[in-house]
Design a binder for this molecule. Structure first.
Ligand code: DC
Length: 229
């Protein structure tokens, strides 16, 4: 069966990664969470104080060659985990500390350039499901299937809030909603590859849709494209 490239873009906390992971598993494709890559660069920037109080984005750009990212499969969990310079940072990159700075780091053209190149290399052989903000527009403009996920800010903040509570973070719903809205704004108004729906992508609003239904519908889109000559 022919292998295709599947691009899943959309606003933060729309459940892109959950669906992308399930889809990759069902099709036996590779799954790449590009948000994890921007988050890992942000964690590095926080550790080296390039972001925060005495912001030094130029310093971060100079230091980019020293940032080595790798996805390492975890057989027990059945997923790949993000490693930053040899260290598993899967937990640290999902904290609010990182979420608070990641959109800013993702506006830096040199950061995007480095990560987009890596992403394109990962996808040369197709058979990949990649989720992010610019996958259908910039990374793989020729992807055979493009999905653009949306949901209301409130639905997304509720999901993210529950996730963070489950992980033991002390946050308020209001702070999470504010972060979601702020990231929407920065992600869609930045100059370099802003978040926007590719003309040929399928818009998928899942505000009122359960996971099972979403997965079935999207798997169905994929199967139709794969079987199309
Ligand atoms: O998908 P996520 O919420 O983990 O992504 C974190 C941030 O990274 C998001 O606010 C915007 C940025 N991002 C991006 O600019 N381009 C991508 N392809 C993926 C993420």
């Amino acid at each position: 069966m022919r292998k295709i490239t599947i691009a899943i873009d959309g606003y933060s906390s729309t459940g892109k990664s959950t669906i992308a992971k399930q889809l990759a598993k069902a099709l036996n494709y590779i799954y790449v969470d590009t948000g994890a890559m921007y988050r890992a660069v942000t964690l590095y920037a926080l550790e080296k104080s390039y972001v925060g109080e005495n912001e030094n984005l130029e310093g971060l750009v100079q230091d980019l060659p020293n940032i080595h990212l790798k996805f390492v499969p975890n057989a027990d969990l059945g997923i790949s985990e993000m490693y930053l310079n040899g260290q598993n940072v899967e937990k640290e990159i999902r904290t609010m500390r990182v979420s608070g700075q990641v959109s800013k780091v993702a506006t830096i053209p040199e950061v995007r350039h480095k990560l987009v190149e890596m992403q394109q290399r990962m996808g040369v052989e197709k058979g990949i499901v990649m989720d992010g903000r610019d996958i259908g527009t910039v990374v793989f403009p020729n992807a055979e299937l493009k999905i653009f996920m949306t949901a209301s800010p409130e639905a997304r903040a509720t999901r993210r809030y529950k996730e963070l509570l489950d992980r033991g973070e002390e946050v308020t719903y209001e702070a999470v909603l504010e972060n979601v809205q702020k990231r929407d704004y920065i992600d869609s108004t930045r100059e370099t590859s802003p978040l926007r729906k590719a003309d040929d992508s399928i818009e998928f609003d899942n505000s009122d849709m359960g996971l099972e239904e979403q997965f079935e519908r999207i798997l169905n889109f994929a199967q139709r494209v794969i079987l199309k000559k």
